[in-house]
Design a protein around this ligand. Sequence first.
Ligand code: MG
Ligand code: MG
Length: 298
Amino acid sequence: MIHIKTDHDVTMLRRSAGLVGDVLAEMGRRIAPGVRTIDLDRVGEEMIRDAGARPAFKGYRVGTEVFPASLCISVNDVVVHGIPTDYALQEGDVVSVDCGVELNGYFGDFAYTFPVGEISAENEALLQATKQSLYEGINRAVAGSRVGDVGYAVQQYCEARGYGVVRDLVGHGIGRSLHEEPQVPNVGRRGQGKRLKEGMSICIEPMINRGTAQVTVDADGWTVRSADGLPSAHYEHTVVVRRGQAEVLSSYTAIESALAVARGESSSVKSEADQPSSATGADSGFNRFSKLTAVMPG
Ligand code: MG
Ligand code: MG
């Protein structure tokens, strides 16, 4: 069943997303060549527990497999669900960090893909397109739309650029459970699927490959890789469906400020965090597309 969130629920979900944002911003400060992914996981887990929360992924069970870490850290051809190891990040890697927390009974879950030092133009383009496709999806996540409208927007944006849209994993509702209905695929047909209603909270999370959309799973039961070994990117936001424009609960502002500082740029990145109750992010193209979003009945 799909839960419609009260204002109180949304407040609590925003707090949980805020903790995830703190963790991911810390990742932005730390990610650099030579840093081991297992050490990033340790830092993330400490932050989560210090905040009185619980890492939602650690101990997550699918069948007989239990996820062993607090963060999913997915390097290069790993699409999602990478298990932190003693691998030391290298210049040119792309690394997605997905963080889930349970705070006061409410879940937070979002993700960002980080460049490690200087990355190739091809990988930079992949990251940009994947992030923008997330905003294309968010712009369709309005009351009266359907789940297929969100997937269609993500799919069209990425496939037009020659990328592979992973179909084997999907976004999801979120609330007092990490994964609620509805499923939110990154492909779809306009006007198809469950209708989105005001107050539904969903995670939209495009997983986009530079090459084939096909994926494989390692013997560990978790690590999802692109079948052709080309890099993959993953961005995720948590949003509440509203009339006209979704309310984005998660924010990339602190993450991107941390990255700008790490690059020696100005840290004056202004984005969603400055206007936490609206989707008017500063990420390029977002406002422009938001304004084009039709207010649909229902
Ligand atoms: Mg998720
Ligand atoms: Mg996630």
